[in-house]
Design a protein around this ligand. Structure first.
Ligand code: NAD
Length: 439
């Protein structure tokens, strides 16, 4: 017999639905109040969250504060600042034949939503979607990742102390708990994680005709054009790649070195790794650790092919894997066949931009495509001839912190988008209202 679950998911969802039915989550005042409470939690409890993130992922305090706490606070502040305006009904033009009449578009809350978060940014990826869900006037279940247990526990302990506990519930747990949650009927499911589980989530949602947002991953390439400043290029690639020890959904996955850039870039990448993390990255308090042994073994298993430019050192007991750059990597190598999601950066050489574009287009659509180029023509061609969740020139990973840009994937990298007003859209129904006088 299987163990009974700690929480009865049906009862949790029914409690949140009952709250939604009272209508108390709809007024702007309630939404702003909840967002203020969430902000208070993030600022007052930041030490508790930073300690949890250190325990789960070895995250340094500065990086964890910037990418988890401050990131979420910024998202929240942007939303609070604009929410009243975003919620204003938008007038729509009425065809002559219907006049006199008025038409407008309003955003309705959906009801009760489910947010399923992954382990790599376990605070940000649980709470940034919650900002959107609350801003849109919903009640919400948050399911943090069991692979970041300290952060999951901190969220479960603190969120109900700050937010309306009848409107927001945290359900902790792994596959059995999530499976039981997915049997319930929700009005939207927002899932961040890998595509295999994304398919499970979408299939479960289909039974209730529940819409989904799937924030998935994939291999995000970096195209490096000849003639660019390779020192600056390398610094910026290193900063994006080795953040959170490479466990970032939009981390540069591999480099496509166009023409003769590879040799110069190798040397600059090695220099940039030393400058960012020192001669011994294991001693850098800001350099993270691999989440668990399973991922550690998977990552060290990818080191077999290619020439090590820098790094390669590892320590299983500490779940430490040095920032590693591999050159001369054949496109058929295992490291080029799956999302790396760790601190290993392969460089693949391609003869020209045509080959780089073909390389990208022969593979699944990435969550992000990055390029370093001085050529407006290259930028135009990449914009027009490739498809990816985002396209970023010159600063990998940065687009995620621009709240007016949508964040999400396409194809295998996901569906739907969020951040800022896009989150409000995701968690609202865009309702058409037409008003024709009887007279
Ligand atoms: P994970 O293992 O923490 O899983 C994510 C969530 O799915 C967890 O809450 C987990 O409990 C749940 N889950 C796992 N198995 C399940 C099952 N069988 N049924 C129902 N729920 C289940 O995280 P992960 O998937 O390893 O995360 C890494 C992946 O997520 C990478 O592919 C990465 O690129 C992607 N990712 C995407 C984004 C984004 O914003 N697009 C952000 C972070 C990570």
């Amino acid at each position: 017999m299987t163990e009974p679950l700690a929480t009865d998911p049906a009862a949790v969802v029914e409690r949140l639905r009952a709250t939604f039915r009272t209508g108390r989550t709809k007024p702007l005042a309630w939404r702003l109040d909840q967002l203020a409470a969430l902000r208070a939690m993030l600022t007052e409890q930041s030490d508790a969250f930073l300690a949890a993130l250190r325990a789960d992922l070895g995250k340094g305090a500065a990086e964890a504060y910037r990418t988890e706490v401050a990131f979420t606070v910024n998202e929240l502040d942007h939303t609070v600042k604009h929410l009243a305006g975003w919620l204003e009904p938008r007038p729509a033009a009425v065809p002559d034949a219907f006049r006199p009449a008025e038409a407008r578009v309003v955003r309705d809350p959906l009801g009760t939503v489910l947010i399923i978060a992954p382990w790599n940014y376990p605070l940000q990826l649980a709470l940034a979607p919650l900002v959107g869900a609350l801003a849109a006037g919903n009640t919400a279940v948050v399911k943090p990742s069991e692979l970041a247990p300290a952060t999951s526990a901190a969220i479960a302990r603190l969120l109900p102390r700050y937010l309306d506990p009848q409107a927001v519930a945290v359900v902790e747990g792994a596959v059995p708990e999530t499976t039981a949650l997915l049997e319930q009927r929700f009005d939207h499911i927002f899932y961040t994680g890998n595509g295999a589980v994304g398919r499970i989530v979408m299939a479960a949602a289909a039974r209730h005709l529940t819409p989904v947002t799937l924030e998935l991953g994939g291999k995000s390439p970096v195209v490096v054009d000849p003639g660019v400043d390779l020192a600056v290029t390398a610094q910026r690639i290193v900063r994006g790649k080795f953040l959170n020890a490479g466990q970032t959904c939009v981390a540069p996955d591999y480099v496509l070195a166009v023409g003769d850039t590879a040799a110069g870039l190798e040397a600059e990448l090695a220099a940039a790794v030393r400058a960012a993390h020192g001669e011994d990255p294991a001693a850098d308090p800001e350099y993270g650790r691999i989440v668990n042994e399973r991922h550690f073994d998977r990552l060290t298993g990818l080191l077999g092919e290619g020439r090590v430019v820098i790094g390669g050192g590892h320590d299983r007991a500490a779940r430490y894997l040095a920032p590693t750059v591999l050159a001369d990597v054949p496109p058929s190598a295992p490291v080029m066949r799956e999302e790396i999601f760790g601190p290993v950066l392969p460089i693949v050489t391609v003869p020209d931009l045509d080959a780089a574009i073909a390389f990208v287009n022969e593979r699944e659509k990435p969550l992000a495509l990055y390029a370093f180029t001085d050529s407006e023509d290259t930028k135009r061609r990449l914009t027009e001839e490739t498809s990816s969740g985002a396209l970023v020139f010159g600063l990998p990973v940065s687009h995620l912190a621009v709240p007016e840009l949508p964040f999400g994937g396409v194809g295998e990298s996901g569906m739907g988008r969020y951040h800022g007003e896009y989150s409000l859209d995701t968690f609202s129904h865009t309702k058409a209202v037409l008003d024709k006088p009887l007279g």
